[in-house]
Design a protein. Structure first.
Length: 138
């Protein structure tokens, strides 16, 4: 059996174009959203992670840059800072970022990592009493 899609059947052309567009659209969606899954963990996000990935812990969520080092952190409220985010820069000479490359707290943006999983607790961010060593208060 031979199926002919041509000028004699304009609806078939539209259907074929729609199917191709749907596959192309899904491929683009997968490309941009495949790496956007958030990995939930029980502790603090590691300093190095998979490039472009996001890890969410009870007190902090972290998205990693193209080099696998932190790009943006989002923290639960602690020491007078409400829900906030920190951007990570890179040292001028290259190499891994240090705590000096972590920005002051700022308001979260829609493109930041999600709220940490323990945001319902509020307050100082937990019972251990330890402060985030990388957090600079304003």
């Amino acid at each position: 059996m031979r199926v002919y899609i041509g000028p004699e059947d304009p609806f078939a052309d539209m259907a074929a174009g729609g199917i191709l567009a749907a596959y192309a659209g899904y491929a683009v969606y997968q490309y941009f959203h495949a790496s956007s899954a958030v990995q939930d963990i029980s502790g603090r996000p590691p300093f190095v992670g998979d490039p472009g990935s996001t890890v969410r812990g009870p007190k902090q969520s972290r998205t990693y840059g193209d080099d696998g080092y932190p790009k943006t952190d989002r923290d639960v409220p602690h020491h007078k800072a409400g829900d906030h985010a920190h951007d990570w820069g890179r040292p001028p000479g290259g190499g891994p970022p240090t705590k000096d490359d972590r920005s002051l707290p700022r308001d979260p943006k829609p493109t930041d990592p999600p709220k940490p999983s323990g945001t319902g607790s509020g307050g100082s961010g937990g019972g251990s009493g330890s402060k985030d060593p990388g957090c600079k208060s304003s």
